[in-house]
Design a protein around this ligand. Structure first.
Ligand code: PMP
Length: 425
């Protein structure tokens, strides 16, 4: 198939994320290695997106490839009902060791959104076991937790999809988004409305659900660890479960292995995904405590009611184990410090531009927030012209490169952002 035929058929046949059928420029990619994507016309792009937070080790990594090949020789998949296998058990053990106590029970799901659904269902079933019908959730504005119905119901009501699906979504409790920036102490005022909602409705709230420290798709905002710390304390005070969605932040992205470590807290339920498999294939996990799992087991029907067909897919679990080992064997903390410094210096010139509202960096996340939404149809090809893959949304031009990116490539990536922001905004 020529690139032209591919594009024509793509336009006719396949949907792209958050897009109209057949809309927008798309670029055919033929391979990816290290931090580079190769387009069908031979151009190489430095990847600034890590395929939406995922490809932390870069693409086509020999260790990850080997993990897939080894597993493929044994079995690609078997059902998980009534069967088990070493890849699943090994990965569960690694995840329990890696995540903060007292998380010690693992449910494997097939995508981040499903992991969130699972977490919400766990919380509801937990309260049923306590003889309480708590069917609602408390969260903050500007959140994003996925595209399925439960997850959508706790996404930001304005930037999320509530207006489209209003009558189909459960009404949840929303506090304002945390206003205190990362690194600052949270004021009583900032958490006042959250506290009020908790005080007024805790008997109806199964769990609080939050993205810890970084609100991703809902605005790429970095908020105070102290805020998160206070949320944990309020959950304890009012006997409400805490679900943390670390699907985007997990596995080192914010400079800590998990973002909740910035606040030295742990949730009752934790969602992981994205970088879990190093970006090779879809897998997610929902972890919880003995308290929650035992309560569900000890109350009729005595089972947790979820079981995806591809639960604990052996290929994905083997990959995830290899990806975690690779991360832990690397000097990932020093590396994250280096990435943070390079993103800071590299994106700093954007601060001078009148169209830029703010530049912020945390770990391997660099954000240039514009004053006005950018025209994607102009910006996207402009980045490709500069030899980089950056996909802005709305007012946000942001980078989340693979952790293995070297200094030269990071400088080139940031320079391209500076250039495009200056020329096109
Ligand atoms: N939660 C967060 C914080 C996310 O960033 C995402 C994905 N963007 C999801 C949940 C949903 O994950 P998935 O796309 O794998 O369903």
């Amino acid at each position: 198939m020529t690139p032209e035929q591919l594009l024509q058929q793509d336009k006719n046949l396949v949907w792209h994320p958050y897009a109209a059928m057949g809309a927008g420029p798309v670029f055919p990619v033929v391979s990816a290695k290290g931090v580079r994507l190769t387009l069908a016309d031979g151009r190489e792009l430095i990847d600034g997106m890590a395929s939406w937070w995922c490809a932390i080790h870069g693409y086509n990594h020999p260790r990850l490839n080997q993990a897939v090949e080894d597993q493929l020789a044994d079995m690609a998949h078997v059902m998980f009902g009534g069967l088990t296998h070493e890849p699943a058990v090994r990965l569960a053990r690694q995840l329990v060791e890696l995540t903060p106590a007292p998380l010690e029970k693992v449910f494997f799901a097939d995508s981040g959104s499903v992991a969130v659904e699972v977490a919400m269902k766990m919380a509801i079933q937990y309260w049923q076991s306590q003889g309480q019908s708590r069917q609602h959730f408390l969260t903050v504005r500007n959140g994003y937790h996925g595209d399925t119905f439960g997850a959508m119901s706790v996404c930001d009501p304005v930037t999320g999809m509530h207006s489209l699906f209003q009558d189909s979504l459960t009404q949840q409790f929303f506090a304002p988004a945390p206003a205190t920036a990362f690194g600052q102490a949270c004021t009583d005022e900032d958490i006042a409305q959250f506290r009020q909602l908790m005080e007024n409705h805790h008997e109806d709230i199964a769990a609080v659900i939050l993205e810890p420290i970084v609100q991703g798709a809902g605005g790429m905002r970095f908020y105070s660890a102290d805020y998160l710390h206070r949320v944990r304390a309020l959950c304890n005070e009012h006997d409400v479960l805490l679900i943390l969605d670390e699907i985007a932040t997990g596995f080192g992205r914010t400079g800590k292995l998990f973002a909740c470590e910035h606040a030295a807290i742990s949730p009752d339920i934790l969602c992981l995904g994205k970088a879990l498999t190093g970006g090779y294939m879809t897998l997610a996990a929902t972890l919880t405590t003995e308290k929650v799992s035992a309560a569900i087991a000890n109350h009729p029907p005595g089972v947790f009611m979820h079981g995806p067909t591809f639960m604990a897919n052996p290929l994905a679990c083997s990959l995830a184990s290899a990806s975690i080992s690779l991360l832990l064997e690397s000097p990932w903390q020093q590396n994250l410090t280096r990435l943070q410094e390079k993103l800071e210096t590299g994106l700093a010139p954007c601060r001078e531009h009148p169209g830029v509202r703010e530049v912020r960096v945390l770990g391997a996340i660099g954000v240039v927030e514009l004053k006005q939404a950018a025209d994607m149809n102009r910006l996207q090809p402009a980045f490709v012209e500069q030899g980089v893959w950056v996909r802005p949304f709305g007012k946000l031009v942001y980078l989340m490169p693979p952790f293995i990116m070297n200094d030269d490539d990071l400088e080139a990536l940031c320079a391209a952002v500076v250039q495009v922001v200056h020329q096109h905004t």
